[in-house]
Design a protein around this ligand. Sequence first.
Ligand code: NAD
Length: 279
Amino acid sequence: MLDRKVKIKSIRDLGSRNYLLTLNAPEQARLIRPGQFVMLKCIENVREDPLLRRPFTIFDVPKSARSGKPVGLDLLIKEVGMGTRKLIQLRPGQALFCLGPQGHGFQVSSEMRNRVEIACLIAGGVGIAPLYLLAQSLLAQNVKPVLFYGGAAIADLVLRDYFERLGIDIIYSTEDGSFGERGVVTQPLAQFLKTHPRRDIRVYACGPWGMMKAVHALSAQNNLQCEVSLEARMGCSLGACLGCVVRCKDHEGEEQYLRVCQDGPVMNSRLIDWETAPL
Ligand code: NAD
């Protein structure tokens, strides 16, 4: 894990209070695995508020056009409070502290070749953030990703073009019916699992707690392995402050608390006590 002062390359307004922040961070970019995150100090002057850094999942790792080597980090930022508001007000050329990459990402390995045919990727709103790097690494293992991408309205389905360029199957849904199927994202997933009753499917989800709980239930009903990327408020991100714990059960069903920062953010959905949402 590295702590570096990195420069902002660009901040692109995607609409609906979503932004794509690109950082020049070649050292850290080389180390990223799908599902990992970085902690950003959201301001240039370290004495200003907010004091605590904020966690952001890595959406993509831009490469040099000339050498093909990783040169930066693309982060999807939704403006939700003071930290993200100050972050998106920064300008290209300004610098901020970036700690990472951190955390356990998605499990994708060469063992999946010939064993797993389809990976269902379920994104609720800005939960799309970790799924682009995941889709690319699944394709590299010959696994076929099918993306289920849901939001309240069409404006919330940001960065669709990245996934469309991968040429994968995508099922969109919006609650207001402005794009794709009308309803929540788990409805087309349930339909898909009904019409594909197979064992060689893996499920990966990121989004609001209620969505991931519903995805877990569908995966368990269909005996499918499911990994979820959790989000929690983090104090230190180093496993010490225990500010980001989530209530889980161990293999004997005993209560345990796992740290989203160090034991996650990606966890097997069967470990989690879905009746107890993190604070
Ligand atoms: P949102 O609340 O608008 O929900 C997006 C979609 O999720 C909905 O349109 C619906 O299709 C689905 N959904 C929501 N609740 C559901 C339920 N109970 N059952 C079935 N489907 C449901 O999304 P948002 O405001 O963009 O928030 C996205 C969430 O993603 C946040 O909770 C954020 O914490 C999380 N997130 C996590 C990470 C990570 O890496 N862990 C990264 C980014 C965002």
